[in-house]
Design a protein around this ligand. Structure first.
Ligand code: TMP
Length: 205
């Protein structure tokens, strides 16, 4: 039905989303399914340049500047990669438009409608097929963050802020019509891998 879905993984730091994106990539390779993998901020060459700028510990941008940089990185992915491959290859993305609503609106307090307007202006008719929202409890979040070695600007956000952002994600998943699969990342990885693989199978068969 969805021959070439767009599959997105979302969640706060330490929620295990990148681990699952890695697992899904391996799974798709094993199945010989052609796909494009992106991450945001970053993704293609131009967006990765913007990623370095945003996440550098030396950067200290105003929150609106940050917002515009995230959107700039997204636009590079959309114009150079996503639009060209949409409907031709499966697209797997580690963070996408919901990250901007969760972090810049629910976290940083920038107007929801403004962000939505900009996101919609950029993505136009591109439709996300499924979003896996990874959730983590406070105890595991603390443990996982404390294990991180190379902290970027965002890994150092205040703990309370992560909780706010995660709550935001949950609100977004309830508000929007596209399909969300909630992954409880406090559960064993193998259980979640199975849930995710079974969901992905629905979209690639
Ligand atoms: P990552 O290491 O998971 O790729 O995270 C990059 C950071 O960028 C993460 O803290 C979330 C943040 N971010 C936003 O604040 N807004 C956005 O729109 C995106 C895509 C990421």
């Amino acid at each position: 039905m969805y021959k070439y879905p767009i599959i997105v993984f979302e969640g706060i730091e330490g929620s295990g989303k990148t681990l699952h994106v890695n697992h899904v990539s391996k799974y798709l390779k094993r199945k010989k399914i052609k796909f494009i993998r992106l991450r945001e901020p970053g993704g293609n060459i131009s967006s990765e340049k913007i990623r370095k700028l945003i996440l550098s510990n030396k950067s200290n941008f105003h929150k609106i500047t940050d917002l515009l940089l995230y959107l700039a990185a997204r636009n590079e992915n959309l114009e150079q990669t996503i639009k060209k491959n949409y409907g031709k290859k499966l697209i797997l993305i580690d963070r996408f438009i919901d990250s901007t609503l969760a972090y810049q609106h629910y976290g940083m307090g920038i107007d929801y409608k403004f962000i939505n307007l900009l996101n919609n202006f950029l993505i136009k008719n591109i439709k996300i097929t499924v979003t896996f929202l990874n959730l983590v409890n406070a105890k595991n979040l603390r443990i996982r963050l404390s294990k991180r070695k190379n902290l970027n600007r965002y890994d150092k956000l205040k703990f309370k802020l992560y909780k706010k952002i995660q709550k935001g994600y949950i609100k977004i998943s309830k508000k929007k019509k596209n399909k969300y699969v909630i992954i409880d990342s406090n559960k064993p990885i193998l259980i979640n891998k199975k849930i995710i693989t079974e969901e992905i199978d629905k979209f690639i068969k």
